[in-house]
Design a protein around this ligand. Structure first.
Ligand code: R5P
Length: 338
């Protein structure tokens, strides 16, 4: 028995990804009806947001899709967050039988512990989502496993982008996989790098990154642990934000004699100086490729201007997971591995 009619509700900033998931689901040829409904989002003069779902969702298995990281969308990330909360609340109040949330980079994931007199914002978001009574949340490569424990009532489904990324690299950049070392740019990413190294039959190295925790995005020092001399290198990270981490790590690897350097990440947000930094590294031949996923939106023009950036789609993975949930089947074999 399925969970019934499957409705994708795509929030404004998540439209492109909602459409992709919907197409994947259509290709899977489910027996029951699937449809996509776009939210109507308005902003009042004082900045408050109103979200309307114009079609009935009563009794449906609903998946609200939002993209927090969409640099081409006019709303701020915090407005997108509120729009997402509003869409969930609207679906719940409209009698949906199940309300699930697809938000691949978990919002505020990097604030999952406290160092000073500050909030644990990842937990704050979890509390708000639990209060909205979502049935499940689907994220990808969540920054810290601690976040899964912030949810008590909600089925926390964390997908792994690694296999999709690995398939792409093997198919398209096989020549860079010889004599390869996988590098984690910080200690927190060691398990991820270890998985990539195992799957690629490669060596492993780590970077000890020291941050200034009193400021966001400030890296104080990077030190390499391991050997990269005359090796091709693949650096894997969950997030690239300002590119400060990658810039520091790439310089350190080059100093230590690395050959071609590739970067793979689940969330190529690339804010602030990041794009200029990468472009400069590419022009200086210090960086061969940055590989991201479509969990962060980049438009066609971006791909034309920056030949060093390539993207893989994780929509097939998300589509498969949604289908499996809707069919009430186990998802452990579908979510990917790390
Ligand atoms: C940090 O723990 C993350 O894994 C990333 O390394 C970090 O968020 C990247 O930020 P940025 O690109 O600003 O250095």
């Amino acid at each position: 028995m399925t969970r019934g009619r499957l409705t994708i509700i795509s929030c404004e900033a998540g439209r492109y990804f909602g459409d992709k998931i919907f197409n994947e689901l259509k290709n899977l040829k489910l027996k029951n009806e699937i449809r996509i409904v776009e939210t109507k989002e308005e902003t009042f003069a004082n900045g408050e947001i109103k979200v309307v779902i114009d079609e009935s969702v009563r009794g449906d298995d609903v998946y609200v899709v939002q993209c927090m990281e969409n640099p081409h969308h006019p709303k701020s990330i915090n407005d997108r967050l509120v729009a997402m909360f509003c869409a969930i609340d609207a679906a719940r109040r409209a009698g949906a039988a199940f309300v699930n949330l697809v938000v691949l980079p978990y919002p505020y994931a990097r604030q999952e512990k406290k160092k000073a007199r500050e909030p644990i914002t990842a937990s704050l978001i979890a509390n708000l989502l639990e209060h909205l009574s979502i049935n499940s949340i689907i994220t990808m490569d969540v920054h810290s496993d601690a976040i899964t424990g912030f949810f008590r009532m909600t089925d926390f489904i964390n997908l792994f982008g690694a296999n999709t990324i690995l398939d792409y690299i093997k198919e398209n950049h096989n020549q860079l996989l010889d004599n390869l070392v996988v590098v984690s740019p910080d200690m927190g990413g060691a398990a991820r790098a270890k998985y990539y190294a195992r799957m690629l039959n490669a060596g492993l190295a780590l970077v000890n990154k020291e941050r200034d925790y009193s400021k966001a995005n400030v890296i104080e020092n990077v030190a390499l642990i391991g050997e990269v001399k005359n090796k091709n290198v693949l650096i894997v990270d969950d997030i690239i934000d300002t590119g400060g981490t990658m810039n520091g790590v790439i310089n350190e690897l080059k100093k230590n004699g690395a050959k071609n350097i590739m970067v793979a990440t689940s969330f190529a947000m690339m804010n602030g100086k990041c794009i200029d930094r990468f472009h400069e590294l590419y022009e200086k031949k210090m960086l061969t490729l940055v590989l991201g996923t479509d969990a962060v939106y980049h438009n066609e023009k971006f791909f034309e201007i920056y030949p060093w950036y390539k993207e893989v789609s994780v929509a097939p993975l998300v589509g498969k997971v949604i289908e499996t949930i809707n069919l009430r089947k186990p998802i452990s074999d579908v979510i990917g591995k790390r």
